[in-house]
Design a protein around this ligand. Structure first.
Ligand SMILES: [Ca+2]
Ligand SMILES: [Ca+2]
Ligand SMILES: [Ca+2]
Ligand SMILES: [Ca+2]
Length: 206
């Protein structure tokens, strides 16, 4: 992106410069998932030399987030899975040190409040809260939008045009007020399995 997006939860700057992709495959909690008003997602990805940018739109009938840190996936939240050595271990069906799992909470207990956070689960050697991820979110009735900027320093790589990464964007849903429970998850990747990077999709930086 030649002009960095303003991280404010407003999507207007993305429509001209990037493409919106769906994340509607139910990959966890099928019995709890009701319909696309209960949970459905779409997203944009962008980048510059400093940040990997994400803009997410989520249809969710009830925003609930009371968990934090390593438990934030038990509330309404986003997840990125990124394999930074896609070509080096293309056929490897297990996680290794270049595979990243990052969760983004759009706010606790309400969306767009002062408590958004990002947490890194994998690689486990780097696990912990990510303090330098910028996050902003807005709730518009049955839809919430999130923008995030993740410094490439989190991944320890310098991005370049043509770089390919394993990638999956997913959204967890919790509709039980006051309770931390991951009821369902939708994903960009139909077979998303956390521990198997060959089940994720792919992103090429353009
Ligand atoms: Ca914006
Ligand atoms: Ca829901
Ligand atoms: Ca890998
Ligand atoms: Ca929810």
């Amino acid at each position: 992106m030649s002009t960095p997006p303003v991280i404010d939860g407003d999507w207007s700057e993305w429509k001209k410069v990037a493409r919106e992709y769906p994340a509607t495959h139910v990959v966890f909690g099928k019995a709890n998932w009701k319909n696309e008003d209960d949970l459905a997602g779409s997203y944009y990805v962008g980048w510059d030399l400093s940040y990997l940018y994400l803009a997410a739109k989520v249809r969710d009938d009830q925003y609930v987030q009371v968990a934090q840190g390593q438990d934030l996936y038990k509330g309404d939240s986003l997840e990125l899975l990124i394999d930074l050595d896609l070509l080096g271990d293309f056929y490897s069906a297990q996680l290794n040190g270049d595979d990243y799992q990052i969760g983004i909470s759009p706010g606790r207990p309400t969306i767009g409040d002062n408590n958004p956070e990002a947490y890194l689960w994998y690689p486990s050697s780097k696990a912990g809260k990510l303090n330098h991820v910028a996050i902003a979110a807005r709730y518009e009735g049955a839809i919430y939008r999130v923008e995030a900027a993740i410094p490439w320093s989190v991944f320890g790589v310098i991005p370049y045009k043509g770089m390919r990464m394993g990638f999956a964007f997913s959204v967890s849903d919790d509709d039980r007020p006051g309770n931390a429970v991951q009821e369902s998850m939708v994903s960009s990747a139909a077979g998303r399995t956390l521990t198997d990077p060959t089940s994720w999709g792919e992103v090429t930086l353009k």
